[in-house]
Design a binder for this molecule. Structure first.
Ligand code: GLN
Ligand code: ZN
Length: 755
């Protein structure tokens, strides 16, 4: 083997900074408040501090080039000369990069989509016939040099050619992966350039190999890594997989002359790895510390896993299962956590320490880390027996709800009862829930947080917002109103804060995309609803109008998807507990006289497993959890759901199985094709295809909306059609919203008159 084997590493780390310094620096550069020199200096400071702390923690191989000003896929597009041609004439390199990420007044940005099954979004490179790949290794070389100058055992990281192309979008009939042979020579050159610059190891990330994105991942792996490993003038190669099992690609990679392979042993199986004889000549980088979740590692269990692997590889290094990009920076800045809870958790910094502890045990034996093992065993035992984790009353309550059944009356009969009760016009007009989060709302929230105003004053201001949103909707002539959601910071956190079993972190920020960070709540115990969470708000909104106001809830799957979840029970059990809390809320809303309740599931698609063989089981429990949350009400109560992200593909059948009375669905960008797809699977309930794209500041014209509605009427009879925007309106300005909705209502009138 050419590279010296290392023993402790991580596949990458967060780059936004412990206090989101990079977010603020990039945003002030965008706003023109600082210049590029200042931005680059801050970025270098953050990188150097991160490298030093990983080194001080005891890692003996440290990833570099995992820093990014925006996104690692965009960095790879820049590295390979594959930025879209529309940004080519922007002279400055960094501005060109940001233009591809966010667009400018003149050019559209790249599309953004979810990175595998995480809540991180990457920018989708566009590959067309005119893309001419060329290597631009400036960034990676600079970051390598920076680390080398600090005496860091640096291991440059790049996304591999297979993953890069499989995640790119072909333009004008191009199939990106067919261009693989063009990238191989570039990667060869990159490898020799890195060798020359002093890299002993390089890490090439190929997470696409754990998915079904291509019919023959093993074949691709053989082709690419057979070729790259054949080069002599190169660093030792670590091919990194994560987020699942490699399947056939594992023996394929092991059969090439690469020096090391990283496998995800949190999601994937150690036995499959141990069974591959050709690994015996390689370094195995064992991802036993979960890079995706925030639980403290079970060190003894990890040591047992590592032990099963010791004979199967030339040597074994300990690692996180993937980059720690997906977890908060460190527990140090959480001051409100009680010590018990804290002892159950590991954020990014703590995970690195766990890796080092495990590597020490491998090298020096268990006794060398005896204290750490004891401490870990104590905290795991405490977690298992904590009354907040297991609450028999919750379990009995969930079992009783499940026993009531999750099937409502026949859909057509429900529709007839609801039509009688609600008396809505044909093709009713509504909105998805949120109205603009005005600066007044944000100011009030900040003042509440800073204790400048009390809860009463805050709620008074939010009621004023509700009143103005109701008045606006009456003035516009919408048929089914909403309260506007001003009191919600976030559609998941709002509920998590009110439910037992969740807690919110103070500083647990995780990058979602670019400079946008989210703070997922932590689901740690059985979920109990202490009191009605939304009833007073909806009740108040309803008291202001004679038109029906929808109750607004977030569904169990979405609450799970946007939280850190328990690892001590199946996701489906957690989903059912949340579902019952939502079910109880629907019943309280119904008792308060609310006739329409919307349960949003925008993340239904997001949790879909990466392998198609696992998808049916997921969809079964996800659909059942939604139905559990919505089947406690009478047939006369109309249940709506809302789904976004237009590529429904594998989940389209599940949408029908949700059996909501009305499904509002993102469709503006996919031009109503989703309606044909829904017809094809026999969806027979009502549907509100989004008639305009709320992601853009553009105000849609009446004619466009009329055209969309007419297209929708080709697919769906008027009795089952609703009209609404694509998604919630909270990111738009008040002026845009008012103008757009005025046109939407006018369009509804025109189309109704034609019927
Ligand atoms: N009801 C939510 C809103 O309007 C739905 C948001 C979403 O789909 N992501 O904001
Ligand atoms: Zn939406």
């Amino acid at each position: 083997m050419t590279g010296t084997p290392f023993t402790a590493t991580t596949l990458g780390s967060a780059r936004i900074g412990p206090n989101r310094q990079l977010k603020r620096a990039v945003e002030s550069y965008w706003a023109g408040r600082t210049d590029q020199t200042q931005l680059r200096a801050l970025a270098a400071d953050l990188r150097r501090a991160a490298l030093r702390s990983l080194r001080a923690a005891g890692l003996d191989s440290i990833p570099v080039n995992t820093f990014s000003f925006y996104d690692q896929m965009l960095d790879t597009a820049a590295l390979l000369g594959a930025l879209p041609p529309r940004v080519a004439d922007i002279d400055d390199e960094l501005d060109r990069y940001f233009a591809a990420a966010r667009g400018t007044g003149k050019v559209a940005p790249l599309e953004m989509t979810k990175w595998f099954d995480t809540n991180y979004h990457y920018l989708v490179p566009e590959i067309s016939a005119s893309t001419t790949f060329a290597l631009h290794p400036g960034k990676i070389l600079d970051e390598l040099a920076e680390a080398v100058s600090l005496d860091i055992p640096a291991r440059p990281v790049v996304i591999g050619p297979i993953t890069f192309l499989l995640l790119s979008k072909g333009i004008d009939g191009t199939t990106p992966v067919e261009r693989l042979h063009e990238l191989i020579p570039l990667y060869r050159t990159l490898l020799s350039t890195l060798r020359e610059a002093g890299a002993e190891w390089v890490q090439i990330d190929e997470p696409a190999l754990v998915t079904d994105l291509h019919a023959d991942p093993a074949g691709l792996a053989t082709q690419v890594y057979g070729d790259l490993a054949a080069g002599t003038d190169r660093p030792a190669i670590l091919v990194a997989s994560y987020f699942g099992d490699l399947g056939d690609a594992l023996p394929a990679l092991a059969a090439t002359d690469i020096e090391a392979l990283a496998v995800d042993l949190v999601r994937g199986s150690a036995d499959a790895v141990a069974a591959v004889p050709t690994l015996r000549s390689k370094l195995l980088v064992a991802g036993v510390v979960d890079g995706r979740n925030i639980w403290r590692n079970d060190l003894s269990a990890s040591l047992a896993t590592l032990a099963t692997l010791l004979g199967s590889a030339a040597s074994v290094a300990v690692s996180t299962s993937c980059s720690t990009l997906h977890v908060p920076h460190g527990l140090g800045s959480e001051s409100r956590l009680d010590d018990t809870l804290r002892s159950w958790l590991a954020f990014g910094e703590e995970k690195v320490a766990e890796v080092v502890t495990l590597a020490t045990a491998l090298r020096d034996g268990r006794d060398a880390v005896g204290d750490a093992l004891d401490d870990c065993a104590r905290s795991l035992a405490a977690r298992r027996s904590d009354p907040r984790v297991h609450d028999d009353a919750v379990r009995r309550h969930v079992a009783a709800a499940v026993a009531e059944g999750i099937t409502r009356g026949p859909a057509a009969q429900r529709r007839a009862t609801q039509d009688d009760r609600l008396g809505l016009p044909v093709v009713p007009a509504t909105t998805i829930g949120s109205y603009p989060q005005t600066s007044a709302i944000r100011r009030a929230r900040a003042a509440l947080r800073a204790d400048e105003i009390g809860v009463d004053e805050y709620e008074r201001q939010m009621r004023d917002e509700v009143a103005s949103v109701i008045a606006l909707q009456e003035d516009l002539g919408l048929d089914v109103l909403v309260h506007g959601e001003p009191e919600r910071n976030d559609m998941v956190q709002y509920f998590a804060e009110q439910l037992d079993g969740f807690f919110a972190t103070e500083n647990g920020w995780v990058q979602s995309y670019g400079t946008r960070c989210v703070r997922p709540p932590i689901l740690y115990g059985d979920v109990r609803r202490r009191y009605p969470m939304t009833v007073t708000w909806i009740d108040y909104a309803q008291s202001l109008t004679d038109r029906p106001v929808k109750g607004m809830l977030t569904g169990p799957v979405t609450i799970l998807a946007w939280s850190f979840v328990r690892d001590d029970q199946p996701l489906s059990d957690s989903a059912n507990q949340i579902a019952v809390a939502i079910r109880d809320e629907t019943v309280d809303l119904e008792d308060a006289g609310v006739g329409i309740i919307q349960v949003d599931e925008p993340a239904l698609r997001e949790l879909l497993p990466l392998r198609s063989e696992d998808q049916a089981a997921y969809l079964r429990w996800a659909v059942d959890a939604f139905r559990l949350s919505t089947s406690g009400v009478a047939d006369a109560t109309q249940i709506h759901t809302h789904l976004c992200y237009s590529e429904f593909g594998a989940v389209i059948g599940a949408i029908s199985d949700l059996d909501a009375d009305v499904t509002s669905i993102e469709a503006a960008r996919s031009h109503m094709e989703v309606l044909d797809d829904l017809n094809a699977i026999g969806y027979a309930n009502s549907v509100g295809p989004g008639v305009y794209d709320i992601h853009s500041p553009r105000v849609p014209e009446v004619g466009e909306i009329v055209a969309s509605l007419r297209a929708a009427l080709d697919a769906v009879p008027a009795q089952r059609l609703w009209i609404n925007p694509d998604c919630g309106l909270k990111t738009r300005s008040a002026e845009e919203v008012e103008a757009s909705l005025r046109n939407l209502v006018t369009a509804a009138h025109i189309v109704r008159a034609e019927l």
